[in-house]
Design a protein around this ligand. Structure first.
Ligand code: SF4
Length: 331
């Protein structure tokens, strides 16, 4: 029996590459393991591929710490075990390039933040191997190669995903890109039409301009072949999800959604919903609060076109957790 669009996308778990020290092995330079709440939560929901680039290039655990060194603008990036002055650049560049090249299907990455190997942001790049050397912020060697090779995927570090908005964005992007990957396997235009229509409000909250461009590619399927349509759609989908949605865009989509059933509401009900949206605007409640209020009304009035929108549940609700210890990192 042919599975429906929903069954097909729900049957496939996202594939996530994760730094092995985030709950899988005590492989850090000091012989310890780190925890990551999101990684723990995702264990039942995704297929993990674990990697420890430093162990893969033959380093022992525990080991002397390593650092990224770039002497000046024109010098190459080096990876050095500074106490022993051991040069590890060649091994790490070779391993990283080969790893990303040979990866099977992958939908996202959760990497160890600030690591000279795995870090994707805020990694100390030293001017020299000397003790006390000045440093600037940059990327780890493996993390940089991952970012270059997979610019459209959900890639975050364990520090940043402690922030509610960043975590929500990461999960949304992870599931959206995974769902797109599933329908891309068969390249059916009817799947793309369904993908686009069920993600419409979500994409509107991310980027209205890109939503229009995406819609125009769906409409050009007579003129372009399926492969061309899918390729262009994928490129523009990545652009649409490039940045976190602004809260003003979320408010715009919440208000639009309310328009589906506002004529059926009493004056007091309307006021209550608008007040909930206002509280979100004033940062008194998280986004999930007005979202639930709108969703419950969509269910109450059986607004099918609204209930089906991924805007209300872009990823399994069991993964939701409104705690936030990310110190306002949502950039
Ligand atoms: S940060 Fe990366 S290289 Fe370092 S221990 Fe963790 S997985 Fe290994």
């Amino acid at each position: 029996m042919k599975l429906s669009y929903k069954e097909r996308i729900n049957n496939v778990k996202p594939v996530v590459v994760v730094s092995r020290c985030l709950g899988f092995s005590a492989c850090r330079y000091n012989g310890q393991m780190d925890g990551c709440h999101l990684v723990d939560k995702l264990k039942d929901f995704v297929e993990f591929i674990t990697v420890c680039p430093e162990v893969e290039i033959g380093l022992e655990t525990p080991r002397e710490a390593i650092r990224v060194v770039k002497e000046d603008e024109l010098s190459p990036v080096r990876l050095v075990q500074h106490v022993t002055e051991r040069e590890l650049s060649k091994e790490m560049f070779e391993f990283s390039n080969e790893f990303v090249l040979n990866l099977p299907i992958v939908d996202g990455f959760i990497l160890k933040g600030k690591s000279p190997s795995c870090g994707t942001k805020e990694v100390k790049i030293y001017k020299s191997t000397q003790k006390g050397s000045a440093s600037v912020k940059g990327k780890g060697v493996f993390g940089d190669i991952v970012l270059e090779k997979f610019p459209g995927l959900a890639i975050e570090d364990d520090g940043r995903v402690k922030n509610y908005n960043i975590r929500q964005h990461f999960l949304t992007k992870l599931y959206l890109m995974k769902n797109f990957r599933v329908i891309k396997e068969s390249m059916l235009i009817e799947d793309l039409v369904e993908f686009h229509s069920t993600n419409k409000l979500l994409l509107m909250s991310y980027n209205q301009k890109q939503l229009k461009i995406l819609g125009s590619f769906v409409g050009r399927h007579g003129e372009l072949n399926s492969q061309q349509v899918y390729e262009e759609y994928e490129k523009n989908l990545a652009l649409a999800l490039n940045k976190l949605p602004r809260y003003t865009s979320n408010i715009n989509v919440l208000t639009r959604s309310m328009g589906y059933f506002s004529d059926k509401l009493t004056h007091r009900e309307k006021e209550f919903i608008l007040d909930t949206i206002e509280q979100y605007r004033e940062s008194k409640v998280p986004f999930s609060v007005p979202l639930y209020v709108i969703k419950s009304n969509a269910i109450r009035f059986e607004e099918k076109n609204l209930i089906n929108q991924t805007f209300f549940e872009p990823y399994p609700s069991e993964l939701d957790n409104v705690t936030d210890s990310g110190k306002g990192l949502d950039k």
